[in-house]
Design a protein around this ligand. Sequence first.
Ligand code: HEM
Length: 371
Amino acid sequence: MAKFTTLLALSVLAIQAVAFPQHQPLAGLTERELEDLLPRFKPVVPPPPPGPPKDTSVKLVNDKDHPYEPLRKGDIRGPCPGLNTLASHGYLPRNGVVTPAQIINAVQDGFGMDNELAILLAYSTMLTDGNVVTNLMSIGQKTPLTGPDPPAPAIVGGLNTHGTFEGDAGLTRADFFFGDNHSFNQTLFNEFVEFSNKFGGGVYNQTVAAEYRFFRIQQSTAENPTFTFVTPRFVTAYRESVFPFIFFVDGRKADGQLSMKDAFGFFNESRMPDGFHRADGSKTADLVGNASDAIFAAHPVQPGANAGKVNTYTPDPNSPTDDCGLYETFVNLMVKQYPNPQGVLRTNLNLNLGFFFQGFPGCTQLFPFGQ
Ligand code: HEM
């Protein structure tokens, strides 16, 4: 606690010193935003994750309480069209700085994602991209809005951080090697449309997802000398490929066929179609599991990476492919950033680790900092 308090005091001083008028890290923040910001820089005890909702029914989610609003100056968006959309409709704070509990509630309420997957995603990213002391995470770039950073090698870089959760061969986001790994990329979206025309008769569905996932792996192998496709990216990439035809399709239709117009709205504009209804939350866990297995089976690939040159993809037999391996990999990625945490940092890492483990029933719990 002492360490954090000192860090906190220093950071507040630093912020006061640089706040006016045009200093870099805080550029874009108004005086009012700073006033809101400073009191939030407190260590918090993270609450346990919300459980599954009682109501998982198909229902209107682009409603009058959650209208789309365009970005205001300083609002943050990132590589995930799901979270971007939830922020632009007010299911998440519109500024893009969020807590794990807010993420879990938002993905359940707004899209019908199941509790276990929501927990897995929210805490894997919190532990590797978020500030566990203030319990805040950016859904995009690094920002002072998450509070003072714990000491390096902690990154606290938000979801844009490459190599923690964000990875190569995304659907509409370019590989980190090419510069911008988080913004909507029109060239890639054109490919996405081309594949949807060729394999889906103009819509994105499971068949298209299988072909486009495989193509993006081949494309990165051929064009990105640093292409890396080991776990966690190996596992998350297959899941992300199926999310669009499960969560971005209106729940009243739920036929797994996503129109290009609606896809463009979610991927580029962070916007739900008018009258959009969420998916049936009692079905999405099975749908995601089965569909990601199916698209993998269509073109099995082993985890691996290019060896510093294009077209040198080398399988990595040590990269796990199962859920427990995914869990272990995230824990190890976290420990790299927090080799010897103390005080509130250690306490909160342990709490978050415990919450994260709830996303992996059946695996063996790890206690990197002792029990
Ligand atoms: C539950 C919390 C979630 C977290 C923490 C999260 C995080 C992320 C991150 C970090 C990426 C970038 C990975 C990459 O491509 O390199 C991503 C991509 C993606 N996410 Fe999410 N996500 C969440 C929920 C959702 C939901 C609910 C949806 C759908 C409604 C969704 C749809 C997608 C899609 C389609 C991509 C691929 C984007 C692309 O490559 O074009 N995600 N997510």
